[in-house]
Design a protein around this ligand. Structure first.
Ligand SMILES: Cc1cc2nc3c(=O)[nH]c(=O)nc-3n(C[C@H](O)[C@H](O)[C@H](O)COP(=O)(O)O)c2cc1C
Length: 209
């Protein structure tokens, strides 16, 4: 999946997410906010100037968000999470947002009432995708605004002797036989079973770039 496909899931399928900021005491706080639209690699949302959320965004322009699709139980769901930097773009894109999301007109019916609203752009950050509806699970990551992606993952090094203990312990069957054995990163749960069972310490946990 490319960035656009991930952002389509976020805006079109998930739409309402839980988004975290920090309050005046540096403590985390969350609320539900709609992801109104996206372009190639930025997401847009809005809030009203009177809200604590607005104040927190203006004071510390970073957010962390997670949302999930509705579905028939946990095994039917996909999630997207993004952490990154935001900027206030004022009333830019406000009209476009109201056109694309007609329900907004029931909350803010008049132009007068909409003057309370300002738009924010999540323009740089790192995103993660997790899909429990596939077998094995599917994970993915993406970047916004050219941020280097830092993915933690488990890798099997050349020290692998091919004993196969990791294959037996992998709950998603995502380790394939070879020299060395190989973990399929797209399907790995990051449970750490392979890491703990390997007698050769051939499994390492590292950052992917
Ligand atoms: C489904 C749903 C979607 C929401 N979307 C938004 C939104 O896009 N923008 C907004 O300002 N508030 C939205 N709200 C309301 C906020 O969650 C609520 O005002 C919250 O209290 C604001 O956070 P704060 O109290 O930290 O300022 C939404 C609420 C729900 C239930």
């Amino acid at each position: 999946m490319d960035v656009k496909a991930f952002l389509d899931v976020l805006v079109e399928e998930i739409h309402s997410v839980v988004i975290a900021t920090t309050d005046e005491n540096g403590l985390p706080c969350t609320r539900v906010i709609d992801m109104m639209m996206h372009d190639d690699d930025a997401v847009y949302f809005l809030t009203a100037k009177g809200k604590a959320f607005y104040k927190q965004l203006m004071e510390k322009p970073y957010v962390s968000l997670s949302g999930l699709t509705t579905g028939n139980g946990t095994m039917d769901k996909k999630s997207i999470s993004i952490s990154g930097a935001i900027r206030n773009i004022g009333s830019e894109k406000l009209e476009e947002i109201f056109e694309k999301n007609p329900y907004m007109a029931t909350i803010y019916p008049s132009d007068e009432s909409r003057t309370a609203l300002e738009v924010f752009c999540l323009y740089k950050g790192q995103g993660a995708y997790f899909d429990l509806s596939t077998k094995p699970i599917t994970r993915g990551s993406f970047s916004l605004g050219g941020k280097t992606i830092q993915n933690y993952g488990y890798f099997i090094t050349e020290d692998c002797t091919g004993c196969g203990l990791c294959v037996e312990k992998c709950p998603q069957n995502c380790i394939s036989v070879g020299e060395p054995y190989k973990i399929n990163q797209d399907n790995c749960l990051h449970c750490g079973n392979c890491f703990s069972v390997c007698p050769e310490k051939a499994v390492i946990k590292t950052i992917l770039n």
